[in-house]
Design a protein around this ligand. Structure first.
Ligand SMILES: Nc1ncnc2c1ncn2[C@@H]1O[C@H](COP(=O)(O)OP(=O)(O)OP(=O)(O)O)[C@@H](O)[C@H]1O
Ligand SMILES: [Mg+2]
Length: 620
């Protein structure tokens, strides 16, 4: 996992509008509904401005002329207007609700699809909680923005402008009094926008960190309990949630201060207009009806003005949520073309000329001299992790290795020498930084990934099972045509026949939502998944480490039959696993130090003999 900051790079701040404009492609399909709803809302909101005009007519007409019938007529009009306004707002909601949840679902599906296509290096770098919070909280903020602030910022602006026009038309001097606070309010809004966007971003990142902690402590609950760490874990959580609470309070304070200004200043202006207007009515320069109309227009504008504060806040949050969403969406997914960076450094020997090469080079050359292009071949492969410090030596350096067709090669080396890394390069979970890898003479970088991953099957040190049935988990390794016969065969090879004895046989649910299996059981299912598709190339990373000696021997006997037709690269720590393979490559210091049969290397290579003797002692 990574530091929280890594997930939230200090990008140059985009303007709120620019960020939000990126939502357009998702909103486009529902634009008609959205614009329709906005129009309906504008009409509904402007209806509220008609009330004062009717009041004015009532006060100056029927009320002044003592005409009860006229008053009733006026009241009826007001009632009908009220119904119309409520009906229109209801219509607006109905118009937007369904399409917008569609937009949210579409964006979420897009994010999920993209996450699946992003390279492993991306997932190494990003905390899972950060991704989770983007897929949930952030997308909800975006939907809320589309449903509410987006429309109402427009509706309120139109209403305010129309209201001001009406007031200026009634009595322009009073209108100007009411307009006086506009400038300071705008300045405050501008200041607020800048401050609030930073705090909103911080809060959303902190939600991501919190999610990460929750997720890790749920996944690692056994470790936490086993080491009695629940208190310190709870403390860490409390710390983070206190930080988040602090940030939320800053947000609330900012919102409160802008609200204070936005509510108070217009209130003063209305008070001043009331005094001035009353004086004018007393002087006979203004009709009572006009003053009533004027003041009720001003009061009708209070909600549109007051709400600007939190509408801006919600927009700001939606803008940062959009930014966070697109930070993930902008990450480059795995492409089928050779990556430009790898192509440009595909000159072997790059920057490694000064490394110590004695001994290791000779061993590498030995395999290079070997015959044809078939099988699995590493040509001067170098690799460094993308996030490794620039001055660190590469994990793998000029690896030359040839696994002949049908041959199985064991990879042996001290822990941390790069065996897992080497195996991950074959299915292109990581891209080589120099050199190339060929399968039967074809460069894997030029193969469509789908084809490559059909050719190569993998099983890793950490056997991962998904929340699905045993059968589904295993058949994941084959194409869709594979059926029960293939399943049974793979289970037999992996000595995983225990699956038939599970409560619902191979239909038993396993994984996080199902039955818990032992480490060795999971490992055997993962192995079955690797062999079920009868792959041409098999890459196994220490596949038998969790098995007892007898099960291991049985798996080996069955595997040997499979391996006879398959070209295999097998990471091994124990001599018994090594003996499965035709030849062994010793990896040391990121280089191939020696290649030969187990017995040859035992005789000729002290480091190998040392590694194997230690392992044998462990085995006993
Ligand atoms: N995702 C990663 N990002 C950066 N460095 C990594 C990453 N994974 C592994 N490394 C580093 O690369 C080196 C080789 O790791 P690797 O997992 O390939 O070793 P290994 O030979 O498989 O070890 P083991 O026998 O313990 O499984 C280690 O020093 C490790 O710290
Ligand atoms: Mg490993």
């Amino acid at each position: 996992m990574t530091t929280p900051d890594a997930a939230a790079p200090d990008l140059p701040r985009r303007s709120t509008v620019r960020s939000l404009l990126r939502l357009w492609p998702y909103v486009r399909p529902v634009r008609a509904r959205l614009f329709g709803a906005a129009l309906v809302a504008v009409v509904a909101s402007c209806l509220s401005l008609v009330f004062p005009l009717i009041l004015k007519w009532m006060v100056d007409g029927p009320v002044a002329g003592h005409d009860p019938a006229g008053v009733w007529l006026g009241a009826l009009c007001l009632l009908l207007l009220g119904f119309a306004e409520a009906g229109l707002f209801g219509l607006r909601r109905w118009l937007v609700a369904r399409p917008l949840s569609g937009v949210e679902a579409g964006m979420r599906a897009g994010l999920y699809r993209h996450l699946q296509r992003l390279p492993v290096a991306f997932h190494d770098r990003w905390a899972s909680g950060q991704l989770l919070s983007r897929a949930t909280t952030d997308l909800m903020l975006v939907r809320m923005f589309l449903a509410f602030p987006l429309t109402f910022l427009l509706v309120n602006s139109v209403t305010i402008l129309a209201g001001i026009a009406i007031m200026l038309a009634q009595q322009w001097t009073l209108g100007l009094v009411l307009l006086a606070p506009a400038l300071p309010v705008m300045v405050v809004c501008w200041l607020f926008e800048r401050r609030y966007s930073q705090v909103a971003r911080r809060a959303q990142d902190q939600v991501g960190d919190l999610t990460t902690v929750v997720e890790e402590s749920v996944l690692g609950i056994r470790i936490i309990k086993g080491f009695g760490r629940h208190r310190s874990q709870a403390r860490a959580f409390r710390e983070l949630s206190r930080t988040l609470r602090g940030t939320e309070l800053v947000k609330a304070r900012l919102l409160a201060s802008i609200w204070g200004v936005i509510v108070t200043l217009p209130e003063f202006a209305i008070g001043a207009a009331l005094v001035l207007g009353t004086v004018q009515v007393a002087d006979g320069r203004l009709s009572a009806g006009t003053l009533v109309a004027f003041l009720s227009t001003a009061l009708a504008l209070r909600w549109p003005v007051d709400s600007i504060g939190f509408l801006l806040a919600m927009s700001q949050e939606a803008a940062t949520a959009t930014e966070r969403y697109f930070e993930v969406m902008d990450a480059t997914p795995e492409s089928d073309e050779a990556p430009a960076s790898a192509a440009s450094v595909r000159v072997p020997e790059s920057a490694a000329g000064d490394q110590d090469t004695t001994g290791a080079r000779d061993a590498g050359q030995g395999s290079r001299a070997a015959d044809d292009e078939g099988g699995l071949r590493f040509h001067g492969v170098g690799f460094r992790y993308p996030d490794a410090p620039a001055d660190a030596p590469p994990v793998l350096d000029r690896i030359d290795l040839h696994v002949r067709p049908g041959e199985s090669m064991a990879l042996v080396g001290a822990t941390g020498t790069g065996k897992t890394t080497l195996t991950a390069l074959v299915p292109r979970l990581h891209e080589v930084t120099s050199g190339r890898i060929t399968l039967d003479g074809r460069d894997i970088a030029e193969m469509p990934r789908e084809e490559l991953r059909e050719l190569v099957a993998v099983a890793f040190e950490e056997p991962t099972l998904f929340s699905a049935t045993v059968g589904e988990n295993v058949l994941m390794g084959a194409d869709d045509t594979a059926g029960p016969a293939e399943l049974d065969r793979a289970l037999a090879v992996a000595q995983a026949d225990f699956a038939h004895g599970l409560p619902q046989g191979t239909g038993t649910q396993v994984g996080e939502q199902g039955l818990s299996l032992s480490g060795g059981q999971r490992q055997r299912l993962a192995l079955a998944r690797a062999v079920v598709g009868r792959p041409r190339f098999l890459v196994l990373d220490d596949p038998l480490s969790a098995l007892d000696v007898h099960t291991e021997a049985a798996v080996e006997a069955a595997l040997r039959r499979v391996l006879a037709q398959t070209t295999a690269l097998i990471v091994a720590h124990r001599p018994s696993t090594v003996l499965l393979a035709d030849r062994v490559a010793l990896i040391s210091g990121g280089r191939v130090a020696a290649v030969g049969t187990h017995h040859e290397l035992l005789r000729t290579h002290a480091e190998y003999a040392h590694l194997m003797s230690g392992a044998e002692e462990d085995d006993r």
